[in-house]
Design a protein around this ligand. Sequence first.
Ligand SMILES: [Ca+2]
Ligand SMILES: [Ca+2]
Length: 304
Amino acid sequence: MKRTPKMKKLNITLVCALLGNTLFSFALATEPTQEVQQAYDAPDQAVWHSPSKTWFVSNLGGGISLEKDNNGWITRTDAQGNVIDPFWIGKEEGMHAPSGMIITDQYLYACDREGVHQIDIEKQEITAFYSLPGGEFINDIAMAENGDLYVSDFFGNRIYKISAGSRAVEIWLETEDLLTPDGLYMEEGRLIVAAWGPLSKPGTFETSRPGDLLSIDLKTRKITTLVSQVGNLEGITKAGKYYYITDWASGKLLKVDPKKKSVTTILAGLSHPTDPCYSEELGVLAFPQHGTNQVLFFNVGESK
Ligand SMILES: [Ca+2]
Ligand SMILES: [Ca+2]
């Protein structure tokens, strides 16, 4: 089995103070600490589970690879990000490259190459797998208030829907206007999409222009542009009134004020940051980095 070599864990401390929209104080300190087991291999998303006070972190496994290699897993950490169970689930179950996730008290839903795993958290067991026929690059997932699941297909320019009751799967939307959909975030009545941007060469990640921040009405399926040409967007979450979005290619964490349509760079110089998740309970935003095999925790301190 291909594994990355053990490496020094870096202790990243991010201190950020925000006044309104303005970043006025920021410090990034890195210091090598003790050697630890390398749990992360292309970590893709961290999500917070309040009942158990833990984070779950998906790992593509085998580097930044979408191969169906039976080498992908989910790591469990404590609230501070200390690894509790490096290979909590996925290794024995044959996960390939788990990426975007959404969580409820009982279940963790994780995107993988051919569909979505439903994992019972307490049982530590995959209790269902929802196959998404024709999926080209299943990327991220969001859940509506009624339990319907929406899943982005990056190369397919497509959003799948898995209905709450019947668990029926349908292609809910398929159009180039999705601009290579990557990160998803659910709000009341609308699905927010962080788009990578239109691909200039099919099958590659090159774009003809940066991706937009889109909103899709859940009833009418109408797409509205919230902010255009933001970046090669990878993931999205919301803290207070603001969206926090990662630009994978340029290595940025961006803050978007949807009312003013303003985009502020909060962190730059990141190494392929992926899907962020905000824990309101902790006031902390977590996002992994493909480039350094780390999960970074960021004190947002947003109030509603
Ligand atoms: Ca893998
Ligand atoms: Ca993503």
